[in-house]
Unconditional design. Sequence first.
Lengths: 395, 139
Amino acid sequence: MASFKVRKTYQEINEKIKKGNVVVVNAEEMIDIVEEKGAVKAAQEIDVVTTGTFGAMCSSGALLNVGHTTPKMKISRAKLNGVPAYCGLAAVDIYIGASELPDEDPRNTVYPGEFRYGGAHVIQDLLLGKPVVMEAWAYGTDCYPRKYIKKDLVLHELRNAILLNPRNAYQNYNCAVNSTSRTIYTYMGTLKPHFGNATYSTAGQISPLMNDPYFRTIGVGTRIFLGGTQGYVAFYGTQHTSDVPRMPNGIPTEGAGTLCVIGDLKQMDARWVVAASIQGYGVSMYVGIGVPIPILNEEMARFTAVKDADIVTQIIDYGSDYPQAINRSLGTVTYRDLKNGMIRLNGKEVPVTPMASYPRALEISNILKEEIRKGRFYLGEPQATLTQLTTGERV
Amino acid sequence: MIKKRMVLRFSKKTWNQPIVYRLVKEFDLAFNILKASVFPKEASLMVLEISGEEAEFDRGMAYLESHGVIYEPLEANIKKDEDRCVHCGACASVCPTGALAIQRPEMYVTFDTGKCSGCELCVKACPPRVITATLSSRV
């Protein structure tokens, strides 16, 4: 282990939270602090840096235990407001995926499709306290004889409702453009022909995994802000990798890390879990996530001081390369340029707009900051960091 | 001089009369067509940016009214629900006039109705669907 001038433990920081003398700043504020004071002094003074992200995260969904009826039923097929839920679990456990669509949805038959209602809207309706109509079918067994039911589900009446998102909070993400001669409709938004515009989707310098690029402090059991309440990192997310090209500051120059997160849907707030209808693409869900980064040493202070100018991503052509799985970058851009709203590509100026909400991400980092300061949110020490999970390093 | 963006709705009966021309001829109003949906013998809609002397503008509107044209400012026909807007920016990428724009560096999505042409591209581009337009639906 590297020798650090500053050394703090999770326990020490949690003790400070308990006493009410913890020093917490958000990831935006940390930039100037480290610039002015240097990493060592910053690490001595700052205990926690809060991050946030708020973007469309398709790989999300809710695990619901809808409770037993009389007679009992082993649900084998279910629809919530017409949206199919996965039922290949125990009798009354169902999983509603955020991107699932009703069978009757016209999809892209009328192009570009509108995708007005899907799994994310079901989750949103539940959060808004609206009754959701469940229709369920079963083949009937001796122990579970019932074969059909139609009833209203209301969130607070459900036995359990758990948000369980297999892949959220991508560490870095592509900047999308379109080389073709027609407008295309993608999960990165509407892309105009002949490189008419570019989009990107991250909170950049305040995004959780940008502030701990090697996952030194994030892992199984890390307590996080999830959808307006306290949730947890359950594991690494699907497609997670740390084996990527990195800049000298540790920032991956492409995709890389992801989080699988879990939390109690009943405690969440519809402000932080919002259904998204992405024209021509499908349904997705905006999820608000915030991760507190403990400043255990000066290295963590340095990591959390990362700024948009020091983060790059790849410009990817969603018109031809991406759909054909051609792994080609048209160029590298910094998030400073992306946020400024203009990039240069092939000598041409291309206007840029985001797909993820920086204001909401910043709001999350500030909520988390206040919660920690007020002693309502303690750090969760990971049982295994994401790095330990993926490298087989002994925990 | 004033300049206003107006939505004009014409009934089935007046589609074949040169009503907008009278705005120029009688009231010295200049107009720029931002949107027009005009079909023979059907109710029609035009979105115009009208400029001229304020008194003449008012007289022009009274003239429209007397000929059965329903007029409203454009901003009454297109609204962004600020409480539900998540400020993602998806609308700003499709807005051709810059009415929906990103306020930097805070990155809020702002809506300047004065720049809106009523094209309605934003309505379906907005993922949480917080922009409502009643232009086409009320023709």
